[in-house]
Design a protein around this ligand. Structure first.
Ligand code: NAD
Length: 313
């Protein structure tokens, strides 16, 4: 019998240069799978972010068996889905769509296609896995998170699930930090780690980040600051000392100014490539049911990033 083939799409804006197709396809080849990964670029298709839900359904009709979803479609794609995992619902964001063609459950669109589209979120499982693999044993007593947008929400959830004691959230837009802290309070209510008092979350103002670092074990950048076109560091990095760990979610380039400053200060560092690889590995596993070799994917990612001219930490 022929093994099932996988056709995966990436929905988002400006995704033509994404490393995801090569990353997924090489891992699939190592498993002997028939697996093609294509970009479904909003700009190339002349579509708006709000079209993402319909695009996901059209992709399912055309034979796609799974989708990744990235900026700016992680919320808008939900309109076209049949269901969400609990974590995707809680985060209000989907980066992975599992397309099940055997399920005869409720459908939308009246297309006659028997596909069921379920939204998942591997950004938070990816960051958690990245933290555990890339910074084993990192102290999580008090963690500062700068950036309370999409990536920040996933990171926050991951930090709480990993057992963070106190999470302090800052954002250039203070209301975002406050809203995320309020949402996380709800998550804490159902988090077993919170039973012993862990999982406290509070919003802090951005100016306080350097002084708050004095009492923190680690800090995560979940803002776009440091990525190509957004130079700088999201806070004054001169307050970093060797006892801090520093994680950046930005992965273009891998060696952001914050990563450089943290390495120079003697900190343990988790670059954004760790999360990028771990979320890809988690999605691959959802699409194929196979266990991804994360070390192999990380090595491949570093190779691709170096070839793409990205500095590697
Ligand atoms: P977003 O727009 O949803 O959120 C960004 C947040 O940062 C906003 O709340 C904004 O107010 C805040 N912000 C911007 N500048 C700031 C500053 N100087 N100080 C404090 N806060 C500031 O964006 P996003 O989708 O969360 O993406 C953020 C970054 O994360 C991007 O660079 C993206 O490429 C990266 N990302 C990486 C991964 C990965 O797998 N490594 C996954 C998702 C996103």
């Amino acid at each position: 019998m022929t093994a099932p083939s996988h056709l995966i799409g990436l929905i988002g804006a400006n995704v033509a240069g994404s490393l995801s197709p090569l990353l997924h396809e090489r891992e699939a080849a190592a498993h002997g799978l028939r697996y093609a990964y294509r970009t479904l670029d909003l700009d190339a298709l002349g579509l708006a972010p709000d079209d993402a839900g319909q695009l996901a359904r059209d992709a399912a009709r055309l034979g796609y068996t799974g989708l990744n979803v990235t900026h700016p479609c992680k919320q808008s794609v939900i309109a076209g889905l049949d269901g969400l995992s609990d974590d995707a619902r809680e985060l209000g964001a989907v980066n992975t769509v599992v397309i099940d063609t055997h399920d005869r459950g409720p459908r939308r669109g009246g297309s006659g296609a028997a596909a069921r589209l379920t939204g998942r979120n591997t950004d938070h499982t990816g960051f958690r896995a990245a933290l555990l693999e890339g910074l084993p044993g990192a102290a999580l007593g008090t963690v500062l998170l700068v950036g309370a947008g999409g990536a920040g929400s996933a990171v926050a959830r991951a930090l709480l699930d990993a057992g963070a004691g106190t999470l302090l959230v800052a954002d250039a837009e203070p209301a975002r930090a406050e809203q995320l802290a309020a949402r996380l309070a709800g998550h804490r209510a159902g988090n077993p780690a919170a039973a012993d008092g862990a999982g406290r979350v509070a919003a802090v103002v951005l100016d306080e980040v350097p002084t708050r670092l004095a009492g923190a074990d680690g800090v995560v950048n979940a803002t776009p600051i440091g990525m190509v076109g957004h130079p700088g560091t999201p806070f004054d990095a001169s307050a970093l000392t060797p006892r801090h760990w520093v994680a950046d979610v930005v992965y273009r380039p891998l060696e952001t100014q914050l990563v450089k400053a943290a390495l120079a200060a003697g900190c343990r560092v988790l670059d954004g490539g760790w999360m990028a690889v771990a979320q890809a590995a988690d999605s691959f596993e959802l699409f194929t049911g196979r266990r991804a070799d994360r070390a192999r994917m990380r090595a491949h990612f570093l190779e691709l990033a170096a070839r793409a001219g990205t500095e590697v930490s």
